[in-house]
Design a protein. Structure first.
Length: 396
């Protein structure tokens, strides 16, 4: 990728570069380094992590010395006192609506409740950051979902007993669950009475069936800003919410009704991942991998190996038909090494049992680029997300 090439060129200008597992070693430009103590690791999307093993130099200082742009470097998460204030630095600001859009088959609510339990206990957050104190946390649920939320929360271990789960009723006489915008005054009154630091809720449970989700989200964002608290909202994949997590997350980021947007997606090797898509007032960092099984709490183990753009382009494939899913994986694999003649790609696809029409459909969905050369059509993957490569050509 172009970003990797820019990083390597900068390292070579500064001094020697030695390849190592997953990256490179080089001299650190932020201090007098003659031994090569700068560890440069590939972080996905062409970006790298810069880790000075000797003096612990700041990432921003190293990048500035190498004249690297922010697009090339993964920025470390902020501290609690940095920026606007945080419930979870880099992920959940202290005021405003943070949204987790879940891919089909990933329990985004369980992830949010795990964060809630950690915050209520004042325990280490998923990336290892230590909050200074415990937070007041409130989980809002409908009468139909309160028991389910309580069961998920109980599986989160220490801190779950400190979280208040409330079935909030709205409408005349409190005959139904809370709905926005009709019950905006009721919600604001509740938040002012309880004064929570963090509220967790399922966005779809407060959105009436015939009201656009954006309308409910706008009212929620207005109430939260007036009260001055943080909301961690989740939106699971469904027919009404939308099956495409990447599309939902992208639209939420562009609406500016949220202060942060994340995706909960399938990862590799059975793991899942929480991937930041947009965070106001801070550079987006890499995602975090977690395991979620049985009665165990979701546990974040490491940084997600892929970057944001890769996670967004690879999301939601599991909902496609098996043949289409195989075609996506086939094209991604065969074009990973670089451009390939269209005839050879089609012949290889036929050899593994994929129909030409299925391959053509996968080409359109992935945004595969087709260029006509003197020897015939050549296919290649787009440089970035599926939309940046343009529509594929008509070559066969």
């Amino acid at each position: 990728m172009q970003e990797y090439e820019a990083v390597l060129a900068a390292l070579r200008r500064w001094g020697n570069v030695w390849p190592t597992e997953g990256g490179w070693l080089a001299r650190c430009p932020a201090h007098d380094d003659r031994q090569g103590t700068l560890l440069v690791l590939a972080a996905g999307d062409g970006r790298v992590e810069l880790d000075c093993l000797a003096d612990g130099c700041e990432t921003q200082d190293i990048a500035a010395a190498l004249r690297l742009s922010p697009e090339c470097v993964v920025v470390a998460p902020p501290a609690f006192e940095d920026g606007p204030g945080w419930i979870w630095p880099g992920y959940v600001p202290a005021v405003g609506v943070s949204l987790i859009d879940g891919e089909d088959g990933v329990n985004a609510l369980a992830v949010a409740l795990d964060i809630a339990a950690r915050s209520a206990a004042g325990a280490a957050l998923p990336d290892g950051q230590q909050p200074g104190s415990a937070r007041r946390v409130l989980v809002l649920a409908s009468p139909q979902t309160v028991e389910h939320a309580a069961q998920l929360l109980a599986a989160c271990g220490p801190g779950s007993e400190d979280v208040d789960v409330a079935a909030v009723l709205g409408g005349r006489g409190g005959q139904r669950g809370l709905r926005l915008p009709a019950d905006a005054d009721r919600l604001e009154q509740l938040l002012r009475e309880r004064r929570p630091d963090l509220v967790v809720l399922d966005l779809m449970t407060i959105c009436p069936y015939r009201v656009p989700v954006e309308t409910a989200l706008r009212v929620l964002a207005d109430v939260v800003q007036r009260v001055g608290t943080a909301v961690l909202a989740v939106r699971e994949a469904s027919k009404r919410a939308g099956w495409s997590s990447s599309r939902r997350a992208a639209e939420a980021s562009q609406s500016r009704l949220t202060v942060a947007v994340h995706m909960a997606v399938h990862g590799e090797g059975g793991a899942m991942a929480l991937v930041p898509v947009y965070t106001r007032s801070w550079a987006v960092m890499g995602g975090l991998a977690f395991h979620q099984a049985g009665g165990f709490r979701p546990v974040v183990w490491s940084r997600f190996a892929r970057g944001r753009d890769e996670a967004m382009s690879g999301a939601d494939l599991r909902r496609r038909r098996p043949a289409s899913t195989s075609a996506h994986r086939f094209l991604s694999s065969i074009l990973a090494a670089g451009p390939a003649p269209a005839r050879e790609v089609l012949a290889a696809a036929t050899a593994v049992g994929l129909a030409p029409r299925t391959v053509q459909r996968a080409r359109r969905q992935l945004g595969v680029v087709a260029v006509k050369t003197a020897t015939g059509w050549v296919l290649s993957m787009p440089v970035r997300g599926p939309s940046s490569g343009g529509a594929p050509g008509s070559g066969q």
